[in-house]
Design a protein around this ligand. Sequence first.
Ligand SMILES: O=P(O)(O)OC[C@H]1O[C@H](OP(=O)(O)OP(=O)(O)O)[C@H](O)[C@@H]1O
Ligand SMILES: O=C(O)c1cc(=O)[nH]c(=O)[nH]1
Length: 200
Amino acid sequence: MSGTIERLLLNTGAVLFGEFRLTSGRVSHVYIDLRKVIGYPEAFRIISLELAHMVIEDVGECGNCAVVGVATGGVPWATAVALSLGLPLAYIRQPKGHGTERDLEGAEVKGVTALLIDDVATTGSSLSFGVSVLRSHGAREVIGAVIVDREQGARRSLESMGVKLLSVTTLRSILEEARRLGMISDEQLNSLAGELWGTT
Ligand SMILES: O=P(O)(O)OC[C@H]1O[C@H](OP(=O)(O)OP(=O)(O)O)[C@H](O)[C@@H]1O
Ligand SMILES: O=C(O)c1cc(=O)[nH]c(=O)[nH]1
């Protein structure tokens, strides 16, 4: 149903307004905190099923696929998708400097189609790092998928690496739903749109 995912995100407190520094160093007046959603089993289930459906509709039959999460935010979502699709699971991490010092944990990805999952995409640098790691481990193909695309460069950045980015929803759709529900005003929406995309 149209708006369902956006409303779940708004109702679980995953959409925060204030001043936030992002992983890229940019400052934003809206922040999507998908880490909150995993504390709500029904919302977690609905959104992760939507993510799994979106991915499988795109790739079709997936006999040689693995689901790969980007640590830390992407890992719970990748886990849920791997379990619901019955696929092997791995995750990308910054090496620890001790133990095995691996940058990829879990399933081996040599020769497979890797379904690379993160919670949010902004500039795409976290996903791009994931693509590089997967290629260094011999993945045959990579497809990127997130719950929320903030539409601030990730799609283009992945395209330049030959990787498609799928998203369940966008920050713009979430903000428009927030305005419909009276959670933000037209003025706030316009101001955020100007800051985020240089548009209203
Ligand atoms: O597209 P980007 O500009 O890379 O931004 C998006 C990334 O930022 C967040 O991770 P964060 O660095 O906060 O780490 P975390 O997942 O460990 O919370 C989020 O989970 C994405 O991985
Ligand atoms: O770019 C980020 O760091 C970022 C943005 C956002 O909305 N949510 C998040 O978890 N990270």
